[in-house]
Design a protein around this ligand. Structure first.
Ligand code: 7RM
Length: 634
């Protein structure tokens, strides 16, 4: 099987792009024809960006798991669908063929049904990177339940917020998870989260680490025992409307708590498949390795749904890049003869720091395509990746996209369209980017910069934020009329290539993880004695951005280090370890305007190490506080 819609040359890319702009409905319906629909759509696209209301393949009926599993059984039953590399390289790998994965998904779908899960119910999944995580996700989709995967690094409080927001009836978790040399007590964290989450009636627990857990009678059941109760694993797929919800995934914004980004069945399937097949130029038989966690959108779209809908072999890795040593990724590439490797700039920068001893001696000759995602890649990291991993023979796709876009929007196409270090380059077919200035006027021509927006919907664009459509409108569609606003700034070079420069709102990107400054501030403010805080990002060699917190504290400050430690622990408890501040500076006041707004611009400059040119400070209520903050900079 090859893919008729895979562009094979620059000319084909240009032709596809042109067609996608001139006749979007014709373009996308031709691609959608390649999938298994129980009923064809009545209308390809119905949209407005004012409400917003966006519907793709309306009236179409399908189940995404029939496209990811059943339809491959005729030709690929014995081909590996998922290859799993455990945390400990001494443990055995697991290979699940399409036939086996199909069986296990259907079997676990019965477990969900037996535990009262019905179409439309929300199911929270909090699991380590084991095959059962992919099985749980697909089993939800099989029966039309809406999954809400929460990354295993989030705290009990963060899980509780997400469970409550989505009113989940069920949680799927594991006793614990292995991460390098550590064991993470997942079930214990869920137990804490459930104290304040009365909507949850059932918890299904996979045994992974065999650490002791408490099982609540009537609520908690073991995965394996429930599987043993399933007599007949046949499980016809629930037939879904194209616009029925497939999943919710929470992501940070500039204000308030994380919002539940909603994606729907038909458009999400078509777009993740199309971009997977095209961007990476996947060829039948390729071994594809995406190092992300399924707790993030990259894992949803490019470990599970994109690759499986394309009948690919997707490699899942349970561990971390630096354990047992910093050669782990390269060892995996060597062991499985990986052809396509997709990872994050932060991982590249971190591994770069360990030196070439961990790369040399590994056979990386199977690699054909490399990719990056999650944050801007600096030229140094790009060249290190190109020279030492790709040996200058592999195209590097710099894929720009977001939780809200569900799939790659701007990227070069491996070996087909030109690459340029640190540039995501050109929009994929179907994507119409536009740069606008502060007033919302289009910035035309090349060699310009602006705020990045998209002016036409693509099949997997965000449909709503769960339970709060107004928030979706406000966040993405209200800033600029009739445009989807990405929150990113970008440059467009003389050739029309885009270079994404980073967020223009109060969202940080720490090691490729999105974190809202407001979220971190709220967490810090929960620490006893904290009066007020302001959080900004600063350039960090490995993480991309580090978290710098300015804190006003009222109380005993004799042991500042102990106090900082306590604040860091509070943030870890409230949000999770990924949001821990890197630097905390105690201040007596914050630079505020007369109307009481914190001037983050000034704090950002100080955190970046810029102390001379702070811009206009005349509107400050108390300019003296700036001097104090400058002098106390860490
Ligand atoms: C896939 C993902 C989205 C934010 C986005 C950007 C940044 C992602 C790139 C990038 C520069 C890239 N989803 N970002 N990819 N910046 N070049 N190739 O990361 O929702 O978690 O984050 O990440 O700021 O808005 S996400």
């Amino acid at each position: 099987m090859s893919y008729s819609y895979q562009v094979k040359s620059l000319e084909e890319y240009n032709a596809a792009y042109k067609k996608s702009v001139e006749d979007p409905e014709g373009f996308w319906s031709a691609i959608a024809e390649n999938f298994l629909w129980r009923k064809k759509w009545d209308k390809v696209l119905n949209w407005n960006f004012t409400e917003p209301s966006i519907k793709w393949f309306e009236g179409g009926k399908l189940n995404i798991t029939e496209n990811c599993l059943d339809r491959h059984l005729a030709t690929k039953a014995d081909q590996p669908a998922i290859v799993w590399e455990p945390n400990d390289p001494k443990d055995n790998k697991v290979v699940l063929t399409y036939k086996e994965l199909h069986f296990k998904v259907c079997q676990f779908a019965h477990v969900l049904k037996n535990n009262g899960v019905k179409k439309g119910d929300r199911v929270c999944i909090y699991m380590p990177m084991v095959p059962e995580l992919a099985i749980a996700v697909l089993a939800c989709a099989r029966i039309g339940a809406i999954h809400s995967v929460v990354f295993g690094g989030f705290s009990a409080q963060s899980i509780a917020d997400r469970i409550q927001d989505a009113q989940c009836s069920t949680v799927i978790t594991a006793d614990g998870g292995f991460r390098g040399s550590k064991v993470i007590p997942l079930k214990a964290v869920i137990d804490d989260a459930l104290i304040s989450s009365p909507s949850v009636k059932k918890v299904i627990v996979l045994s992974r680490t065999h650490i002791p857990v408490s099982m609540i009678n009537g609520r908690d059941v073991w995965w394996s025992e429930e599987i043993n109760k399933v007599q007949n694993a046949d499980c016809p797929a629930e037939i879904m409307d194209s616009e029925d919800m497939l999943f919710i995934l929470y992501t940070s914004g500039s204000t308030g708590k994380p919002k539940g980004v909603v994606h729907t069945c038909g458009g999400y399937m078509v777009y993740t498949n199309y971009t997977f097949v095209n961007v990476f130029q996947y060829q039948p038989g390729d071994i594809y390795f995406c190092t992300a966690d399924i707790g993030w959108i990259t894992g949803h779209s490019y470990i599970v749904y994109g690759p499986l809908s394309a009948g690919a072999t997707t490699l899942m890795f349970e561990g971390i890049p630096t354990w047992p040593d910093a050669g782990r990724f390269w060892e995996i590439v060597d062991k499985y003869k990986v052809n396509i490797l997709y990872t994050a700039p932060t991982a590249i920068r971190s591994l770069m720091g360990f030196g070439l001893d961990f790369v040399n001696g590994k056979n990386l000759s199977s690699l054909r395509v490399l990719g990056t995602v999650g944050e801007p890649i600096n030229e140094e990291a790009w060249h290190w990746y190109d020279d030492n991993i790709g040996k200058k023979k592999c195209p590097i796709v710099d894929t720009w996209w977001q939780t809200e876009t569900a799939g790659v929007l701007i990227s070069n196409i491996a070996g087909i369209t030109p690459q340029k270090p640190a540039h995501a380059t050109l929009p994929l077919p179907g994507i119409q980017p536009i740069l606008v200035d502060e007033k919302g006027d289009e910035v035309k021509g090349n060699g310009v910069s602006g705020n990045l927006c998209i002016k036409f919907p693509w099949p997997s664009i965000i449909r709503t934020t769960y339970g709060d459509h107004e928030r979706c409108r406000q966040n993405y569609f209200a800033t600029y009329k009739n445009l989807y606003f990405t929150g990113d700034g970008a440059l467009r070079d003389e050739q029309g290539n885009y270079r994404i420069t980073g967020r223009v709102d109060d969202v940080l990107n720490v090691s490729g993880h999105r974190i809202g400054t407001a979220e971190v501030e709220n967490a810090i403010n929960m620490h006893t004695g904290v009066v007020e805080s302001a959080v900004v990002g600063y350039p960090h060699d490995i993480k991309g951005q580090g978290i710098y917190a300015f804190v006003i504290f009222n109380g005993n400050m004799d042991d500042k280090e102990l106090l900082k430690h306590g604040i860091v622990q509070t943030v870890a408890k409230v949000i999770g370890a990924i949001a821990k501040p890197d630097k905390i500076q105690f201040v007596s006041g914050l630079p505020k305007t007369r109307s009481g707004k914190i001037m983050r611009r000034i704090l950002r400059k100080i955190a970046e190490g810029e102390t001379s040119n702070l811009g206009d400070t005349t509107t400050l209520l108390d300019p003296a506080v700036v001097e104090e903050i400058k002098n106390g900079r860490i």
